[in-house]
Design a protein around this ligand. Structure first.
Ligand code: NAI
Ligand code: MG
Length: 398
């Protein structure tokens, strides 16, 4: 087989550090690829006025697979303030290059697995009836619709007259908002299309079937958000009955799900949700398995085969300046494993996950987050592993 070409996007801050370590682990596990690095993120925005260069888009279009570190992102006004002086007259508006990537390549499926490793001191534990503690084994795959809904970007402050007129045709709007001056309205839409909703639902059911999960839980709010969540629930029922009778469909509301998150997380298998609720519920489950040092995600389009794989954490700028990096590289290494799964290199991804599992179970090498130390520069002196030492330990186990 010819070597695949992988586009690497280190981005900002610790993005580069963790990506470099993940590439070392991939190499040590015997994965052979050509890597082409490309730019994305804050530095590009500051100096060029855009955070997502065309060159990066071209490379991803050509090679289809990208490994992404993390970027720095700031609110609109701060973003403008940090622009290079010569760019300030150009009327540039910052927008997230991650959202940009999703929309450009229609990466409508986001998968965030949350699996606990035995022996991870950050695993969620729960008091049981006998007064002892249980450590439930969490193994959840969250499918989040990635391009629509509240993150679709269709929003206004001081909406134009046509938009206001259109809204005035809705009884509820007339009742509740017609007395507010247009200039005092901010509106963010939550648009779901039938096509994208069916795609995320099928991706979830498919994953359940092929990975031995017995249920798919739809986590929305159809009793209140009747149109979008309601459509999703109806479609989920139809798809389950006609295509996946072997998989159970459960339905929970996002708010209740978060309240009960810690009650029985071991009972959930695949979870599927729209964009915002998927974001929330996946962060919630990630907290049960160790948080940002462990959580990874895949964003892909199953028709084009384009996929971008990344840790969930951001660029943690403060940590990027430490002389010895202390952040946990496991989330990025997990992202690399998801990439391997995506390109049918499951033998290698399993080997890497096994090596991570052994290192965690042994408990001798733990980054500062695993030791619950404050993330100060002295944590390595206090017994925590550095980023590199953690990657080395995994490589040794390989
Ligand atoms: P962050 O995820 O960068 O860091 C938050 C805190 O989590 C850190 O201070 C650290 O205590 C911990 N943490 C993060 N990664 C860790 C790791 N690998 N190991 C151990 N601990 C880790 O989020 P924050 O501070 O809210 O944002 C920093 C920048 O990153 C912002 O500009 C934000 O917009 C951006 N961001 C980018 C994301 C991405 O590229 N996908 C996602 C989230 C935030
Ligand atoms: Mg999130």
């Amino acid at each position: 087989m010819p070597k695949p070409t992988i586009v690497t996007l280190p981005g900002d801050g610790i993005g580069r550090t963790v990506l470099d370590e993940a590439l070392r682990v991939l190499g040590a596990a015997g994965f052979e690829a050509n890597y082409v690095e490309s730019a994305i993120g804050w530095e590009f925005w500051r100096t060029r006025g855009y955070p997502l260069p065309q060159h990066t888009l071209d490379l991803i279009a050509e090679h289809k697979i990208a490994l992404f570190g993390a970027i720095t992102s700031k609110p609109k006004d701060d973003a403008f303030a940090e622009l290079a002086p010569e760019l300030k007259e150009k009327d540039l508006v910052y927008s997230s290059p991650i959202v940009g990537l999703r929309q450009h390549f229609d990466l409508d499926i986001c998968l965030r697995p949350c699996r606990s490793y035995k022996g991870n001191p950050l695993n969620f534990i729960r008091r049981n009836a006998e007064g002892g503690v249980d450590e439930p084994e969490v193994d959840v795959a969250i499918f989040r619709q990635n391009t629509e809904g509240l993150y679709g970007g269709v929003e206004w402050s001081n909406p134009p007259a046509q938009v206001h007129d259109a809204l005035m045709t809705h009884t509820k709007f007339r009742q509740n908002f017609s007395h507010t001056a247009v200039g005092e309205l901010s509106i963010s839409t939550r648009i779901f299309t039938r096509q994208a909703t069916e795609r995320i639902l099928r991706a979830a059911f498919d994953h359940a079937r092929h990975h031995g999960y017995s249920s798919v839980t739809l986590c929305e709010k159809p009793n209140v958000i009747r149109e979008t969540s309601g459509m999703m629930y109806k479609l989920a029922q139809q798809i389950q009955i006609s295509e996946y009778p072997d998989i159970e469909l459960w339905n929970t509301n996002i708010d209740a799900q978060m309240m009960w998150l810690t009650k029985n997380p071991e009972n959930y298998g695949v979870i599927v949700a729209g964009n915002m609720f998927g974001d929330i519920v996946s962060d919630g489950f990630a907290g049960l398995i160790g948080g940002l040092g462990f959580a990874a995600s895949a964003q892909y389009n199953s028709d084009t085969g384009i996929g971008v794989f990344e840790p969930t954490h951001g660029s943690a700028p403060k940590y990027a300046e430490y002389p010895v990096s202390i952040v946990n590289p496991i989330a990025m290494i997990e992202a690399a494993c998801m990439m391997l799964d995506f390109i049918d290199e499951q033998t290698i991804s399993s080997r890497i996950r096994d090596a991570i599992a052994i290192v965690i179970a042994e408990g001798k090498v733990q980054t500062y987050d695993m030791q619950r130390l404050p993330g100060k520069v002295d944590v390595v002196d206090r017994g925590a592993a550095s980023t590199k030492q953690m990657a080395d330990a995994i490589i040794t186990r390989l």
